[in-house]
Write a protein that binds this ligand. Structure first.
Ligand SMILES: Cc1cc2nc3c(=O)[nH]c(=O)nc-3n(C[C@H](O)[C@H](O)[C@H](O)COP(=O)(O)OP(=O)(O)OC[C@H]3O[C@@H](n4cnc5c(N)ncnc54)[C@H](O)[C@@H]3O)c2cc1C
Length: 437
């Protein structure tokens, strides 16, 4: 029994990791030359650094289990992250009770309402029950318009752009998720030396379990006959297979089984989820940009929603320089998405100069920029019904990735690792049933 896993991101690696430990022949195909997908890294001057900022929460227990299994536990460090909010021309720190009291963009009454709303969200047993409630409505009902406009709206815009129908299930689960705090700030986990170590260790183990991994091999078509998977067409030719696991949103959309076998009209696509694009720049410089703040949300007329100073979570000494990310979540229609990397970086630097008055672009020693098309589902009203199950109606065709249930209400490394594992378990169960027959 051969299984082809499409995609060498964390979902694909996880599926291959578990399948190759127990069952049949497994081949993983990754179109890029490097593994890791969105959790991939740049090899920058002697160290690895994620292309997109990454950390984990204490509730991400599956990834912690894998980290342990791979012998990386001593590298996992929990650090206090300081957050801030840029508003009305200045940076407001929002970590300690005193800092929150000093936050002058909300009245005392607004703050009381905000704290009450946060506490009530934390107490909720089932945030998913709010799948059909707009986040905006929930906030305004629990607080007031001022709290919405001065606090939540910029955060929603930073994360989802102009989408209005974001589900309260997403917001409430985020609030619950982010409750691991001390009086100094939020506790976030990071693998000292980078998450690239997780990717490398998984790949090593997968290969040692006999799984073949073809890097730089793009799947161009899924081949299905009589409602059964026959294999995949790739840039290296046809590969026959009994099972195929799709882990990429691009294929779950473009290679719907119906389109792939030429039958149009029965179901336009199996993936009805809308996805966001992300543009993320990483800058290297000598000095700290944000005086201890790790994460700065921004409400200002600049083409990005947040600045993340990585070396305010991890020591500068690990890198020998300071590192910060600038990020925008956009849609393909957005003008920013259509611009060249250099144009985007120029706009970003202009924006930072506007916000941080003593910063000059000449201070930047180097930059990298990554644009990725499928980076997060838009968690709209009724998203729960769009989640794709692992098994499809086509025999031998499985799906596990950002669109799977462990990635609701927020996609994460933990969610994709778990999705890969749960999908592998389903493939194995079906394999066993076939053998018994
Ligand atoms: C800006 C940003 C910040 C993030 N921050 C965090 C964080 O702090 N904490 C956290 O837990 N998560 C974070 N995430 C999310 C996390 O990175 C992802 O949820 C997770 O890595 C997704 O893994 P995946 O395998 O499902 O998908 P992907 O990583 O997208 O993997 C899909 C893989 O398939 C490959 N592929 C695509 N098409 C083909 C084809 N036709 N043939 C062969 N291969 C193909 C791609 O190259 C890719 O390697 C962040 C993501 C972004 C974008």
């Amino acid at each position: 029994m051969r299984t082809v896993v499409i995609g060498g991101g964390l979902a694909g690696l996880s599926a291959a990791y578990f399948l190759s430990a127990y069952d049949g022949e497994v081949i993983l195909l990754e179109e890029e030359k490097d593994l890791g997908g969105l959790a991939g890294s740049y090899a920058q001057g002697g160290y690895f650094i994620e292309k997109f900022y990454h950390h984990i929460f204490s509730s991400d227990v599956f990834i912690q289990q894998i980290i342990k299994e791979l012998g990386l536990t001593e590298k996992l460090e929990w650090r206090t992250a300081s957050i801030g909010y840029y508003m009305d021309g200045k940076i407001h720190r929002l970590n300690t009770p005193l800092e929150i009291l000093r936050f002058d963009q909300l009245s005392f009454f607004d703050k009381v309402l905000l704290v009450k709303a946060v506490l009530s969200a934390r107490r909720l047993k089932d945030p998913f029950a709010f799948d059909d409630v707009p986040a905006t409505r929930w906030v305004i009902e629990k607080t007031n318009r001022s709290v919405y406009e001065n606090f939540f709206e910029p955060l929603f815009k930073g994360k989802f752009g102009e989408y209005e129908n974001i589900s309260a299930a997403w917001l409430l689960s985020r609030i619950k998720l982010r409750s691991n705090r001390t009086l100094k700030g939020e506790r976030l986990g990071y693998l000292r030396g980078g998450f690239q170590q997780l990717v490398d260790k998984m790949a090593e183990k997968i290969e040692s379990q006999g799984c073949e991994m073809r890097r730089g091999c793009e799947v161009t078509r899924l081949v299905i006959a009589n409602n059964k998977v026959e294999g995949v067409e790739t840039t290296e030719g046809f590969l026959a297979s009994d099972n195929v696991i799709i882990t990429t949103p691009s294929l779950s959309k473009a290679l719907s089984p119906y389109r792939a076998c030429g039958v149009v009209g029965q179901s336009p696509t199996i993936d009805k989820i809308r996805y966001q694009c992300t543009i993320c720049a990483l800058f290297g410089l000598e000095r700290s940009l944000m005086d201890g703040i790790y994460w700065l949300n921004i409400k200002a007329d600049v083409p990005f929603g947040a600045i993340i100073e990585h070396t305010n979570l991890l020591p500068r000494a690990d890198y020998g320089e300071r590192l910060f990310y600038v990020v925008s979540y956009v849609q393909e229609e957005d003008e920013l998405w259509k611009k060249s990397d250099k144009e985007i970086v120029d706009l970003y630097l202009e924006g930072i100069e506007k916000l941080i008055h003593d910063f000059h672009r000449e201070e930047v020693k180097w930059w990298e920029l990554t644009k990725a098309r499928f980076t997060a589902p838009v968690y709209e009203l009724g998203y729960k019904n769009k989640i794709i199950p692992y098994s499809s109606h086509v025999e031998g065709l499985y799906l596990a990735g950002m669109f799977s249930s462990p990635n609701y209400p927020e996609r994460s490394m933990d969610g994709s690792l778990r999705a890969g594992f749960e999908c592998a378990r389903e493939v194995m169960k079906k394999g066993k049933r076939e053998r018994v027959k």
